[in-house]
Design a protein around this ligand. Structure first.
Ligand SMILES: [Zn+2]
Length: 512
């Protein structure tokens, strides 16, 4: 930290405290530890997409994938049983940002927006007295940020952190920026408009682009990470951007930064490449899922997992680098920093990825670390917690009113005594269900205490059964190897009743 107290520091602080309270002698004594809960600290949410708690060494995984998270856990609240709102980006991100379940916000189809009435029900809206910034690499999450844009003071376009962006064009045509910008939108975006004004410019751009991309070749021997749409990026550039920008944000700020890694395609930088591919780690060989296996063999899944784990190691290293900057610049002292994900990823039971009707732990259990301003000792929280709780909690700890649309609870250890009760945690997959109609083809998990019920409804693979359910004790059987639905019939029936009654309740508004 800097020793002097400059004008910029004063301005930053000035943004945090009501003006009447500001007096120079007081400023010297405001340290993070002295600021009471409820004062206007910044909130910085860092999300890494498809980041499964299952594959994280901090959570007990057998490979050392997260040395930095292990190191930083000693200064964080680490949530060991945190669940995403959905199984892929759209529902997972929407639940996080609206503090509501997919059956309420209805963003459960691929690329969907939340329903109109939820467009003003985002966390950005709730932090209306803060400077709000939002960025994502992920096009599906970007659709949501665009929908919430009226409440985001600083919406950073997705393309800003892609290697193929307008900025490069401006560099090529420097000195003639106006023409360059027009040329870019008219000539280069062939795929967007379906034609090109100028084949010449187009070829020039492609050649430049190729040379530019070639310069990354040594760093990324398996190719550059991308979002499956030619949107190439390098995570370290996105992290550098935030490291530089975070100290310039007007305070107090609420910033949401959603990075694409370790999402497929798994393309780690060279330092992390092939670290795990030939180690002696043997993933547990689980039986193929009876209804939804994609038929992937154990070897195929093990290889995919090794690449995925290398990408996680890359993510961990970049988060460590970001964290160290937050610390050295003093941001950590006056900010809540959150690390989480929108959903997990699985490489087992014949299934690879996360777009599947199943909701096994690797898909729904995600990391959550909350770093309190200035926190120096770690806490472990084992209670099951949900994505809808997270932003609800950030509002609570920064002294904001929790809006009536929030379906979340306040997370421990911040839960007021009076609110301490056991809530069920839900995750929903309904990728093919009509958003206007009740859920009739869906998977829902309900976690209550140590029990996790998985309920499948209406999939054609289930044939005449029409439904399926599994019951696991995720404490004694975290790998979900023993389905208790046949041996603990009473418990299963009770939990199933509870889930079905919940489903009837949430379906009610959508019956014709
Ligand atoms: Zn995602």
């Amino acid at each position: 930290m800097k020793h002097g107290f400059g004008r910029r520091d004063f301005l930053k602080l000035a943004g945090m405290v009501p003006l009447g309270l500001l007096a120079p002698p007081l400023l010297k004594t405001i340290g993070a530890s002295q600021l009471m809960q409820g004062e206007r600290k910044n909130v910085l949410v860092i999300l890494f997409d498809s980041f499964s708690a299952y594959d994280i060494s901090l959570y007990g995984y057998g490979r050392e994938t997260t040395p930095n998270l292990d190191r930083l856990a000693k200064r964080a609240n680490v949530y060991y049983n945190h669940f995403s709102g959905g199984n892929y980006t759209t529902p997972g991100t929407a639940s996080l940002l609206t503090m509501s379940h997919p059956w309420s916000h209805r963003a459960f189809r691929f690329g969907a927006e939340v329903r109109d009435s939820y467009a003003a029900k985002s966390i950005f809206h709730a932090f209306d007295d803060y400077h709000r910034m939002g960025y994502t690499h992920n096009p599906l999450a970007n659709t949501l940020l665009q929908q919430f844009q009226r409440d985001i003071d600083e919406y950073v376009p997705m393309e800003s952190l892609f290697i193929s962006n307008d900025g490069l064009i401006r560099k090529i045509f420097s000195g003639d920026e106006d023409i360059a910008t027009v040329s870019w939108s008219r000539d280069m975006k062939r795929s967007e408009y379906g034609y090109s004004y100028s084949l010449f410019l187009n070829h020039l751009y492609e050649e430049y682009q190729q040379r530019k991309l070639a310069s990354y070749k040594n760093l990324y021997p398996n190719g550059l990470p991308n979002t499956n749409g030619g949107n190439f990026y390098a995570l370290e550039e996105g992290i550098d951007w935030l490291r530089e920008h975070v100290t310039d944000l007007p305070q107090p700020f609420f910033a949401y930064v959603h990075y694409h890694p370790p999402h497929f395609p798994y393309k780690p930088r060279i330092e992390f490449n092939n670290i795990f591919l030939k180690d002696n780690f043997k993933p547990l060989d689980k039986p193929q899922d009876e209804f939804f296996s994609e038929g992937n063999a154990y070897e195929t899944l093990s290889n995919a997992r090794a690449y995925y784990n290398e990408f996680i190691l890359n993510v961990d290293s970049e988060f460590g680098r970001l964290f160290d900057t937050l610390e050295s610049t003093g941001v950590l002292e006056n900010s809540w920093v959150v690390l989480t994900s929108d959903h997990g990823e699985m490489q087992e039971r014949g299934i690879s990825g996360h777009v599947t009707p199943t909701l096994y732990q690797p898909i729904v259990r995600v990391p959550l670390m909350i770093f309190e301003p200035g926190q120096q000792t770690g806490r472990e929280i084992h209670t099951p917690t949900a994505a809808v709780d997270l932003m609800t909690t950030m509002l609570h700890v920064t002294g904001h009113k929790i809006p009536d649309w929030s379906e979340g609870a306040i997370l421990p250890p911040y839960t007021p005594q009076i609110l301490q009760k056991e809530n069920a945690v839900y995750t929903v997959q309904a990728r093919r269900n009509n958003v206007e109609l009740p859920l009739t083809e869906a998977t829902i998990i309900q976690v209550l205490g140590n029990y996790k019920l998985i309920y499948y409804l209406g999939y054609e693979q289930l044939g005449s059964l029409g439904e399926r359910y599994q019951l696991f004790d995720i404490k004694s059987d975290p790998e979900e190897l023993t389905d208790l639905s046949a041996t603990k019939k009473e418990t299963a029936a009770e939990l199933l009743n509870m889930l079905k009654s919940k489903l009837r309740e949430v379906n009610e508004p959508f019956h014709g």
